[in-house]
Design a protein around this ligand. Structure first.
Ligand code: HEC
Length: 278
């Protein structure tokens, strides 16, 4: 037994050593700084006001180029989300900036005003139209972007991340990307320099300027704040059930703890009748 555990320990140490010595293969990229998020950690929840502001930034800035096609207007009033009321979500649908594209009764492409049940329509009818409007690079759908993007944290951080429950790499990248534009670099035509974008040359321009979106709740109107808010909103679109997931996870752990004590004391009681067993 002792030998086996010694061997296991040796194998573990060797494994760690190999991991530490593994060559870095990822492309050169400045790692995004860690931001603080209301939804991080075991008990982290979305900040409703922040999600609403983030939606406002998405609508007023990003929706000109990007869709969030997996989200419906009715989701905006769902529990665990930005917390709009049903009438508010219906009003948002009714004066949305893009129309729903469908096939009309005559079989021809037609447009109509969105309703609560519709997916949020994006700016383009299809990817080809999006590419044509943006010099060959289609602005990607942002519904799942906060989960689709990540970066290598490297050893030993990814070990610590398991214990600190760090899962916000995607959000940190988005915020850094939105605020990572720099002037004064040579760039290929049609691209801009972004410190955090892999390869640095991105065709999306720097879209967030201080004072551009008018907040009504007194939150500072800075580009950094807009970036945080829209990132939080995109985190919600990517993981709308985060709050339920964390709540259920905690309930399961509490239940297991209770079960442990029940089983333990039951065992003690049953075995107490036999001599020599406590
Ligand atoms: C003028 C049009 C335009 C606007 C406005 C715009 N984008 Fe983009 N965005 C693009 C294009 C084009 C790309 C594709 C870039 C590429 O592939 O080089 C892109 C790419 C992205 C990416 C992907 C980056 C990556 O890692 O691949 C994200 C994230 C993004 N945009 C977020 C946003 C957010 C959030 C907003 C609103 C604050 C926004 N964009 C506003 C045009 C736009």
């Amino acid at each position: 037994m002792k030998r086996l555990s010694l061997r296991l320990a040796a194998a573990g140490l060797l494994g760690l050593g190999l991991l530490a010595a593994a060559p870095v293969t990822a492309a050169e990229q400045v790692p995004p700084p860690r931001a603080s998020w209301s939804f991080s950690g075991m008990f982290g929840l979305y900040d409703r006001a922040q999600l609403q502001r983030g939606f406002q930034v998405y609508k007023e800035v990003c929706a000109a180029c990007h869709g969030i096609g997996l989200v419906s207007f009715r989701n905006l009033s769902q529990p665990g989300g930005p917390g709009f009321t049903d009438p508010q979500a219906a009003a948002i649908a009714a004066d949305w900036l893009h129309k729903v594209r469908e096939i009309g009764d005559d079989g021809q492409p037609a447009e109509r005003t969105p309703r609560l049940a519709d997916r949020i329509p994006g700016p383009f009818a299809n990817v080809k139209a999006a590419e044509a409007a943006h010099g060959g690079k289609a602005p990607p759908d942002l519904s799942l972007m906060a989960k689709a993007r990540s970066y290598e944290r490297g050893f030993p951080w990814f070990v610590f991340d398991i214990f600190t429950m760090y899962q916000e790499q995607g959000a940190d990248y988005l915020k850094a990307f939105l605020t990572g534009y720099e002037e004064g670099h040579e760039t290929p035509p049609g691209t801009n320099y972004n410190k955090y974008y892999p390869g640095n040359f991105v065709s999306m321009p720097n879209v967030l300027q201080d004072g551009q979106v008018a907040y009504t709740d007194g939150t500072p109107q800075t580009a950094r704040q807009y970036a945080s808010d829209v990132t939080a909103f995109l985190m919600w679109t990517a993981e709308p059930h985060l709050e339920a997931r964390k709540r259920i996870g905690f309930q399961v752990l509490a239940f297991l703890l209770l079960l442990f004590f029940l089983v333990y004391f039951t065992k003690k009681k049953v075995w107490s009748r036999l001599e020599g067993h406590a």
